[in-house]
Ligand binder design. Sequence first.
Ligand code: MRU
Length: 345
Amino acid sequence: MDESFVALIFKDEELVLLDQRILPTHVEYVHCKTYEDVEFAIRDMVVRGAPAIGAAAAYGVYFAAKQSDDEQSFLRSLAFLGNARPTAVNLPWAIERMKAVWQQHKGEGREALLAALLLEADEIRAEDIRTNKKMSRIGSVVVPHGATILTHCNTGALATAGWGTALGVIKQAHWDGKEIFVYADETRPRLQGARLTAWELVEAKIPAKLIADSAAATLIRDGKIDLVILGGDRVAANGDVANKLGTFSLSVICKAYGVPFYSVVPVSTIDFTIPDGSHIPIEERDASEVTHVGETQVAPLEIGVYNPAFDVTPHQNITGIITERGIIYPPFATNIERLRRGEAL
Ligand code: MRU
């Protein structure tokens, strides 16, 4: 894997994060040594993308165990870490998984406990890469030869522990020789599409164009898009998907013009505990993300701002949800329940 696209590595007792706030013009790394460092890195979006947030948080739990003298302070640190960003379920999912290992090993002495926690964090990271590759192979079957694909936000190696979810499927289709073409939404306000997806597409040598978000509707209406493939931050038990702001409007346009619309998520992004998307907490971020582009002010500071980072796409607008266990098609509630029970899709 190309080193420039590794969002996170653990080395010499530090979690080293590629600083995604300043890509692609600056390639710099942030070194986390404490759970507070990890919490800040997630909240400030040094590391972002649901699976990458989960993997980073796993190392945050390891740091929390190292820093804590007693059970209470450890659990307080976990609660603090878990509040870094509310929407991607991979954050509480990874913390819970690490907490289960802590429960199992806490009686074995400090060294054994820390070793078990580090092993689990490494496994969460490695498993995510394996999962992404599997989803990509599964998802590639929905991409026809010669397809023009529209994608939104960044769902590549940078959003995960490696390889990617939706962008993983797109890369796999390209590797399979399908002669695809990609339109990437710039993804206002944080420009993950322009800064990160465009960078990954250029590096992968996939023919592509970057578009302003508002250009997508015209491309879809004019029959220029064969399918939309994007990621997800939390999927409810009925198949509603929370993903980057702008996903919902894309789904409405796709439905109006009969364009297939796929979300690609690992099973760790499915929240089986919530019945529908109305239960998904939607993060609201700072006004400066909208009043400024980078450091440049583009709006009067006196204006009020509404800045949700995500929106919820109703399952009725979704063609299929691609996971490492197979593609979930309607009826979503029934098929997601089958997945929860461990049954074949
Ligand atoms: O705010 P971000 O950049 O963390 O949002 C990322 C997304 O919405 C992605 O589409 C999602 O996490 C899936 S990435 C594999």
